[in-house]
Design a protein around this ligand. Structure first.
Ligand code: UTP
Length: 293
Protein backbone atom coordinates (compact mmCIF):
# COMPACT_ATOMS: atom_id res chain seq x y z
CA UNK A 1 0.00 0.00 0.00
CA UNK A 2 1.39 3.43 -0.93
CA UNK A 3 1.58 6.01 1.82
CA UNK A 4 1.37 9.79 1.59
CA UNK A 5 4.85 11.13 2.34
CA UNK A 6 4.85 14.39 0.39
CA UNK A 7 2.72 17.52 0.45
CA UNK A 8 2.82 20.22 -2.21
CA UNK A 9 2.10 23.83 -1.26
CA UNK A 10 1.40 25.95 -4.35
CA UNK A 11 2.27 29.45 -3.13
CA UNK A 12 3.14 31.18 -6.37
CA UNK A 13 -0.16 32.97 -7.02
CA UNK A 14 -0.18 36.73 -7.39
CA UNK A 15 -2.51 37.31 -4.42
CA UNK A 16 -4.14 40.26 -6.15
CA UNK A 17 -7.03 40.43 -3.68
CA UNK A 18 -4.59 41.42 -0.96
CA UNK A 19 -2.65 44.12 -2.77
CA UNK A 20 -0.78 46.14 -1.66
CA UNK A 21 0.00 43.75 1.26
CA UNK A 22 1.15 41.14 -1.25
CA UNK A 23 3.29 43.44 -3.39
CA UNK A 24 6.54 42.18 -1.86
CA UNK A 25 5.49 39.16 0.23
CA UNK A 26 3.48 36.09 -0.63
CA UNK A 27 -0.13 35.99 0.59
CA UNK A 28 0.79 32.81 2.48
CA UNK A 29 3.09 34.83 4.77
CA UNK A 30 0.20 36.96 6.05
CA UNK A 31 -0.22 36.33 9.75
CA UNK A 32 -3.27 34.85 11.44
CA UNK A 33 -2.89 35.91 15.08
CA UNK A 34 0.76 34.88 15.54
CA UNK A 35 1.67 32.49 12.71
CA UNK A 36 1.82 32.92 8.95
CA UNK A 37 -0.86 31.11 6.97
CA UNK A 38 1.73 28.78 5.46
CA UNK A 39 2.72 27.48 8.89
CA UNK A 40 -0.86 26.41 9.71
CA UNK A 41 -0.73 24.42 6.47
CA UNK A 42 2.67 22.80 7.06
CA UNK A 43 1.70 21.89 10.64
CA UNK A 44 -1.44 20.22 9.29
CA UNK A 45 0.72 18.18 6.88
CA UNK A 46 3.30 17.20 9.50
CA UNK A 47 0.51 16.13 11.89
CA UNK A 48 -0.68 13.77 9.12
CA UNK A 49 2.72 12.05 9.00
CA UNK A 50 4.00 13.84 5.90
CA UNK A 51 7.79 14.10 5.76
CA UNK A 52 8.58 16.17 2.66
CA UNK A 53 7.16 19.64 2.12
CA UNK A 54 7.37 20.90 -1.47
CA UNK A 55 6.80 24.62 -1.89
CA UNK A 56 6.05 25.89 -5.37
CA UNK A 57 7.13 29.48 -5.05
CA UNK A 58 6.94 32.56 -7.23
CA UNK A 59 8.35 36.03 -7.40
CA UNK A 60 7.82 36.85 -3.70
CA UNK A 61 9.54 33.70 -2.47
CA UNK A 62 12.20 34.90 -0.04
CA UNK A 63 10.16 35.24 3.13
CA UNK A 64 8.77 31.69 2.74
CA UNK A 65 12.19 30.16 2.17
CA UNK A 66 13.62 32.11 5.13
CA UNK A 67 10.74 31.04 7.36
CA UNK A 68 11.67 27.37 6.89
CA UNK A 69 15.42 27.95 7.07
CA UNK A 70 17.60 27.97 10.16
CA UNK A 71 17.81 31.48 11.67
CA UNK A 72 21.33 31.29 13.12
CA UNK A 73 21.64 34.84 14.49
CA UNK A 74 18.16 34.87 15.99
CA UNK A 75 18.54 31.40 17.52
CA UNK A 76 21.98 32.23 18.98
CA UNK A 77 20.64 35.48 20.43
CA UNK A 78 17.63 33.72 22.01
CA UNK A 79 19.93 31.04 23.46
CA UNK A 80 22.26 33.66 24.94
CA UNK A 81 19.28 35.42 26.52
CA UNK A 82 17.89 32.13 27.89
CA UNK A 83 14.63 32.57 25.98
CA UNK A 84 14.08 28.81 25.75
CA UNK A 85 10.34 28.96 25.01
CA UNK A 86 10.83 31.38 22.12
CA UNK A 87 13.79 29.37 20.84
CA UNK A 88 11.59 26.28 20.78
CA UNK A 89 8.89 28.16 18.82
CA UNK A 90 11.46 29.26 16.23
CA UNK A 91 13.13 25.85 15.94
CA UNK A 92 9.83 24.00 15.57
CA UNK A 93 8.77 25.87 12.42
CA UNK A 94 10.63 23.15 10.53
CA UNK A 95 10.89 19.99 12.64
CA UNK A 96 14.28 18.26 12.33
CA UNK A 97 12.86 15.14 10.60
CA UNK A 98 11.13 17.17 7.86
CA UNK A 99 12.63 17.98 4.44
CA UNK A 100 11.75 21.14 2.58
CA UNK A 101 12.05 21.48 -1.18
CA UNK A 102 11.54 24.76 -3.05
CA UNK A 103 10.60 24.84 -6.71
CA UNK A 104 10.15 27.96 -8.77
CA UNK A 105 7.04 28.53 -10.88
CA UNK A 106 8.44 31.27 -13.04
CA UNK A 107 5.07 32.36 -14.42
CA UNK A 108 1.74 32.20 -12.58
CA UNK A 109 0.01 30.05 -15.20
CA UNK A 110 -2.48 28.57 -12.75
CA UNK A 111 -2.83 26.08 -9.91
CA UNK A 112 -2.61 23.09 -12.29
CA UNK A 113 0.66 24.35 -13.68
CA UNK A 114 2.00 24.97 -10.15
CA UNK A 115 1.24 21.35 -9.20
CA UNK A 116 2.95 20.11 -12.37
CA UNK A 117 6.06 22.11 -11.40
CA UNK A 118 6.27 19.91 -8.26
CA UNK A 119 6.56 16.64 -10.22
CA UNK A 120 10.37 16.28 -9.96
CA UNK A 121 10.13 16.48 -6.16
CA UNK A 122 7.06 14.24 -5.82
CA UNK A 123 8.08 11.43 -8.17
CA UNK A 124 5.88 8.46 -8.88
CA UNK A 125 3.83 8.30 -5.69
CA UNK A 126 0.57 9.71 -4.33
CA UNK A 127 0.84 13.09 -2.65
CA UNK A 128 -1.15 15.79 -0.90
CA UNK A 129 -1.82 19.30 -2.19
CA UNK A 130 -2.59 21.95 0.38
CA UNK A 131 -3.60 25.52 -0.45
CA UNK A 132 -2.54 27.50 2.62
CA UNK A 133 -5.04 30.30 1.99
CA UNK A 134 -7.76 27.80 2.95
CA UNK A 135 -7.14 27.61 6.67
CA UNK A 136 -9.02 24.62 8.11
CA UNK A 137 -9.40 24.57 11.84
CA UNK A 138 -10.66 21.47 13.64
CA UNK A 139 -10.38 22.59 17.25
CA UNK A 140 -8.07 19.84 18.50
CA UNK A 141 -9.55 17.08 16.28
CA UNK A 142 -7.71 15.42 13.37
CA UNK A 143 -6.62 17.94 10.74
CA UNK A 144 -8.31 17.95 7.35
CA UNK A 145 -5.39 16.36 5.50
CA UNK A 146 -5.08 13.64 8.17
CA UNK A 147 -8.77 12.82 7.63
CA UNK A 148 -8.18 12.66 3.88
CA UNK A 149 -5.06 10.49 4.24
CA UNK A 150 -7.24 8.08 6.24
CA UNK A 151 -9.74 7.99 3.35
CA UNK A 152 -6.90 7.48 0.85
CA UNK A 153 -5.54 4.59 2.90
CA UNK A 154 -8.92 2.86 2.72
CA UNK A 155 -9.78 3.68 -0.90
CA UNK A 156 -6.37 4.00 -2.60
CA UNK A 157 -7.70 6.70 -4.92
CA UNK A 158 -7.68 10.49 -5.29
CA UNK A 159 -9.56 12.37 -2.57
CA UNK A 160 -10.79 15.96 -2.89
CA UNK A 161 -11.82 18.06 0.12
CA UNK A 162 -15.28 19.56 -0.31
CA UNK A 163 -17.87 21.57 1.55
CA UNK A 164 -21.38 22.85 0.93
CA UNK A 165 -21.33 26.34 -0.58
CA UNK A 166 -24.06 28.78 -1.62
CA UNK A 167 -24.91 28.12 -5.28
CA UNK A 168 -24.50 31.85 -5.95
CA UNK A 169 -20.82 31.34 -4.97
CA UNK A 170 -20.17 28.57 -7.52
CA UNK A 171 -18.20 31.01 -9.69
CA UNK A 172 -15.49 30.99 -7.01
CA UNK A 173 -15.09 27.22 -6.67
CA UNK A 174 -14.49 23.97 -8.41
CA UNK A 175 -17.85 22.20 -8.04
CA UNK A 176 -18.35 18.42 -7.82
CA UNK A 177 -21.28 16.04 -8.02
CA UNK A 178 -21.72 12.29 -7.62
CA UNK A 179 -23.47 9.63 -5.55
CA UNK A 180 -22.99 9.41 -1.81
CA UNK A 181 -21.00 6.32 -0.79
CA UNK A 182 -20.68 6.77 2.97
CA UNK A 183 -21.25 9.46 5.56
CA UNK A 184 -18.96 12.33 4.35
CA UNK A 185 -17.76 10.44 1.26
CA UNK A 186 -19.06 10.62 -2.32
CA UNK A 187 -17.85 9.51 -5.70
CA UNK A 188 -16.99 12.30 -8.10
CA UNK A 189 -18.89 11.85 -11.36
CA UNK A 190 -18.59 15.45 -12.40
CA UNK A 191 -16.13 18.20 -11.56
CA UNK A 192 -16.10 21.64 -13.13
CA UNK A 193 -14.13 24.81 -12.37
CA UNK A 194 -16.00 28.00 -11.46
CA UNK A 195 -19.34 27.25 -13.21
CA UNK A 196 -22.09 29.87 -13.37
CA UNK A 197 -24.75 29.07 -10.72
CA UNK A 198 -27.16 27.77 -13.38
CA UNK A 199 -24.49 25.28 -14.53
CA UNK A 200 -23.30 24.15 -11.09
CA UNK A 201 -23.75 20.35 -10.86
CA UNK A 202 -24.46 20.52 -7.08
CA UNK A 203 -23.78 22.69 -4.05
CA UNK A 204 -20.50 20.89 -3.22
CA UNK A 205 -17.48 23.15 -3.62
CA UNK A 206 -13.85 22.04 -3.73
CA UNK A 207 -11.62 23.48 -0.99
CA UNK A 208 -7.84 23.62 -1.02
CA UNK A 209 -7.08 20.04 0.03
CA UNK A 210 -6.36 17.16 -2.33
CA UNK A 211 -4.76 13.73 -2.25
CA UNK A 212 -3.71 12.91 -5.80
CA UNK A 213 -2.17 9.94 -7.55
CA UNK A 214 0.89 10.63 -9.74
CA UNK A 215 -1.22 9.95 -12.86
CA UNK A 216 -2.38 13.57 -12.47
CA UNK A 217 0.96 14.77 -13.86
CA UNK A 218 0.36 13.19 -17.28
CA UNK A 219 -3.06 14.83 -17.37
CA UNK A 220 -1.64 18.22 -16.35
CA UNK A 221 0.93 18.07 -19.16
CA UNK A 222 -1.87 18.20 -21.70
CA UNK A 223 -4.38 20.38 -19.81
CA UNK A 224 -5.13 23.54 -21.73
CA UNK A 225 -5.89 26.90 -20.19
CA UNK A 226 -9.39 26.96 -18.75
CA UNK A 227 -11.32 29.27 -16.39
CA UNK A 228 -9.55 32.61 -15.91
CA UNK A 229 -7.20 31.64 -18.77
CA UNK A 230 -5.23 29.52 -16.25
CA UNK A 231 -4.17 25.86 -16.31
CA UNK A 232 -6.67 24.48 -13.84
CA UNK A 233 -6.09 21.49 -11.54
CA UNK A 234 -9.85 20.86 -11.67
CA UNK A 235 -9.70 20.26 -15.44
CA UNK A 236 -6.87 17.73 -15.04
CA UNK A 237 -8.86 15.94 -12.31
CA UNK A 238 -11.90 15.84 -14.64
CA UNK A 239 -9.66 14.16 -17.21
CA UNK A 240 -8.21 11.72 -14.64
CA UNK A 241 -11.74 10.75 -13.56
CA UNK A 242 -12.13 8.93 -16.88
CA UNK A 243 -9.36 6.50 -15.77
CA UNK A 244 -9.62 6.39 -11.97
CA UNK A 245 -12.22 6.59 -9.23
CA UNK A 246 -12.10 10.01 -7.54
CA UNK A 247 -13.65 10.65 -4.12
CA UNK A 248 -15.08 13.82 -2.58
CA UNK A 249 -14.67 14.05 1.16
CA UNK A 250 -16.70 16.46 3.25
CA UNK A 251 -14.17 17.14 6.00
CA UNK A 252 -14.72 17.85 9.68
CA UNK A 253 -13.63 21.32 10.71
CA UNK A 254 -14.20 24.93 9.82
CA UNK A 255 -12.66 26.44 6.71
CA UNK A 256 -11.66 30.06 6.49
CA UNK A 257 -11.15 31.46 3.02
CA UNK A 258 -8.07 33.50 3.85
CA UNK A 259 -7.64 34.38 0.18
CA UNK A 260 -10.46 36.88 0.77
CA UNK A 261 -10.25 39.79 3.19
CA UNK A 262 -13.41 38.87 5.06
CA UNK A 263 -12.37 35.21 5.48
CA UNK A 264 -8.95 36.33 6.67
CA UNK A 265 -10.48 38.63 9.30
CA UNK A 266 -12.86 35.86 10.44
CA UNK A 267 -9.91 33.48 10.87
CA UNK A 268 -8.04 36.02 12.97
CA UNK A 269 -11.03 36.57 15.23
CA UNK A 270 -11.97 32.91 15.64
CA UNK A 271 -8.40 31.76 16.26
CA UNK A 272 -7.72 34.62 18.68
CA UNK A 273 -10.83 33.51 20.60
CA UNK A 274 -9.30 30.03 20.98
CA UNK A 275 -5.78 31.26 21.70
CA UNK A 276 -4.44 30.30 25.13
CA UNK A 277 -2.67 33.60 25.71
CA UNK A 278 -5.11 35.97 24.07
CA UNK A 279 -8.65 34.60 24.40
CA UNK A 280 -9.51 36.29 27.68
CA UNK A 281 -8.24 39.76 26.83
CA UNK A 282 -9.66 39.60 23.32
CA UNK A 283 -13.14 38.58 24.54
CA UNK A 284 -13.06 41.53 26.93
CA UNK A 285 -12.13 43.83 24.06
CA UNK A 286 -14.93 42.46 21.83
CA UNK A 287 -17.53 42.86 24.58
CA UNK A 288 -16.57 46.52 24.91
CA UNK A 289 -16.90 47.22 21.18
CA UNK A 290 -19.65 49.66 20.26
CA UNK A 291 -21.51 49.16 16.98
CA UNK A 292 -23.54 51.86 15.30
CA UNK A 293 -26.08 49.48 13.71
P1 UTP B 1 -5.85 31.81 -6.12
O1 UTP B 1 -6.90 31.47 -7.08
O2 UTP B 1 -6.25 32.16 -4.74
O3 UTP B 1 -4.99 32.97 -6.77
O4 UTP B 1 -4.83 30.60 -6.11
P2 UTP B 1 -3.95 33.95 -6.11
O5 UTP B 1 -3.12 34.49 -7.18
O6 UTP B 1 -3.19 33.28 -4.99
O7 UTP B 1 -4.84 35.10 -5.42
P3 UTP B 1 -5.77 36.23 -6.05
O8 UTP B 1 -7.01 35.54 -6.52
O9 UTP B 1 -5.01 36.92 -7.17
O10 UTP B 1 -6.01 37.15 -4.89
C1 UTP B 1 -5.09 29.43 -5.36
C2 UTP B 1 -3.79 28.83 -4.91
O11 UTP B 1 -3.00 28.46 -6.03
C3 UTP B 1 -1.73 29.06 -5.97
C4 UTP B 1 -1.90 30.28 -5.08
O12 UTP B 1 -0.67 30.66 -4.48
C5 UTP B 1 -2.94 29.78 -4.08
O13 UTP B 1 -2.34 29.02 -3.05
N1 UTP B 1 -1.30 29.40 -7.35
C6 UTP B 1 -2.18 29.95 -8.20
C7 UTP B 1 -0.01 29.12 -7.76
O14 UTP B 1 0.82 28.60 -6.98
N2 UTP B 1 0.35 29.42 -9.03
C8 UTP B 1 -0.51 29.97 -9.91
O15 UTP B 1 -0.11 30.19 -11.08
C9 UTP B 1 -1.81 30.25 -9.49
Amino acid sequence: MSVIRTAVFPVAGLGTRFLPATKAIAKEMLTVVDKPLIQYATEEAVAAGIKTLVFVVGRTKNAIIDHYDKAYELETELRLRNKTELLKIVEEVKPANINCVFIRQSEALGLGHAVLCAEPAVGNEPFAVILPDDLIYNNGGAGCIQQMVDVYNRKQGCVIGTQTVAISESVNYGMVAGPKLEDKLSRVDEIVEKPAPENAPSDQGVVGRYILTPAIFDKLRTTERGAGNEIQLTDAIADLRKDEEIYAYSFEGRRFDCGSKIGYLEANIEIALQHEEMAEGFKKYLKGLKYTD
